[in-house]
Design a protein around this ligand. Sequence first.
Ligand SMILES: [Zn+2]
Length: 141
Amino acid sequence: MSERFFPDSMPPPLADATTLPWWEAASEHRLVVQRCTACEHTRHPPAPVCPQCRSAEADWKELSGLGEVYTYTTVHRPIAGEQELPFLIAVIALEDSGGLRMISNLVSVSPDDVSIGMPVELVWEDMSDDLAMPRFRPRRG
Ligand SMILES: [Zn+2]
C-alpha cells in the first residue's frame, strides 16, 4: 500500500461506463486522459463524445504526472471523519496533456508553502485494493 493522506471514511468516487476505464488505469497507477481518435483532442474528465468534433471514438493517453498548480484552496472543515486539517484542494495544469487541468489534492506540503505555478508531481494514494486516488506534491529533484 502507498502512503496515506486521507482517511478510509472519505466518500469514494462513483464510476460509470464512461469513467470506469479511467479508474481501472488509476488502480494500476497510470494517469490517463481521453484522446479523440478522429481529431486527437484530449479531454478530462472522461466523456462519451469529443467536444471538438463530436466523434465518439477515443483512446487513452498516459501522462507523466507532472504539472503545476493552476489554483488552489485551503479547506478548514472536514468532509470525512478523522481527517487532518487543513487540507488542500487544487486545480493542476497537466504537462503534455493538450492543456488539460484536473482537480485533485496537494499533499506533503503546508498551505503556507503553496504558490500558483508551483511545479508538482503525481503521487498515488491506494484507498483500497482496487481504488487509487491521484494526489500531487511539490516536485522533487
Ligand atoms: Zn475529436
